[in-house]
Design a protein around this ligand. Sequence first.
Ligand code: NAD
Length: 306
Amino acid sequence: MTPVIAFVGLGHMGGPMAANLVSAGHRVLGFDLVREVLTTASTTGVEVAESAAAAAAEADVVITMLPTGRHVLALYRDQGLLAAAKPGTLFIDCSTIDVADARAAHEAAADAGHRALDAPVSGGVVGAEAATLTFMAGGGEAEFAWAEPLLAVMGRRAVHCGGAGAGQAAKICNNMILGISMIAVSEAFVLGERLGLSHQALYDVASTASGQCWALTTNCPVPGPVPASPANRDYRPGFAAPLMAKDLGLAADALRTAGIDAGLGPRAAELYAAFAAGDGATQDFSGIVHALRDTAADAPKGTTTA
Ligand code: NAD
């Protein structure tokens, strides 16, 4: 039988994900704290529930797509989501949250007699709308197998990364690579400018040499070499800088908790936090090239810059 789904958190990502489940023939009971968000969701066929707990009480699967781990744990424990659900309900949290919070969510679900999966996504709003997301899942084999057909409705790929929290671990490790590599590519373009190198010349060399990476060849931070990159449309996201700042903050916390004295992850988190708090608030994360260029411009010639 087609499982009934409760979907809590119908924002930029959750709204289109829930709509895709409706299109695939699922009954979806949705809830969000924001009235306008609920109105939009109802136009896609989501049945608006009175509360998150009321939606969970009727569902076989509860999917959450919320801002932070604090929101997820408060909803699960204090706002009665786990208590309201039928025994054995599968809780899939797709939010990007701290690994420790994800593990706490798994534990709380198990204590309440339920099953759980952490399944954060990559692919952004465009991927959520087009059902081309990648899911990174953590939890038991059986839970993943059960969830897979639902994840296939909302995305193109689902990778089972390991036990509780492994999906979140994969997500923050990947985004730490991405954040650091975007800074590296941006600094290289700024240095190239100082050395009289054209953007195109640096791109032509690095894109086919050992400097090649996604930040350069897909999301190139300067306009020109990659016409589809956000740099060519005034740095409109794309992947918004505040979300990169959030993910790097989670990675920096995880490094600290793991006792790893890393140099670049925490530094990248600092740079993105400062950028996202200022000009970067509404920009794609590749806009950090401006902040790095400004820093370089402030430095007297002949000194090194961050
Ligand atoms: P969003 O702010 O648009 O949506 C979150 C929704 O959760 C909001 O509508 C909010 O009202 C609702 N909410 C918060 N607390 C609630 C509660 N107790 N009960 C019911 N609803 C509640 O955020 P988003 O962009 O959809 O992102 C959601 C998650 O996905 C975040 O963890 C984010 O890091 C992650 N993510 C986002 C993107 C992206 O491109 N936007 C990409 C990958 C991952």
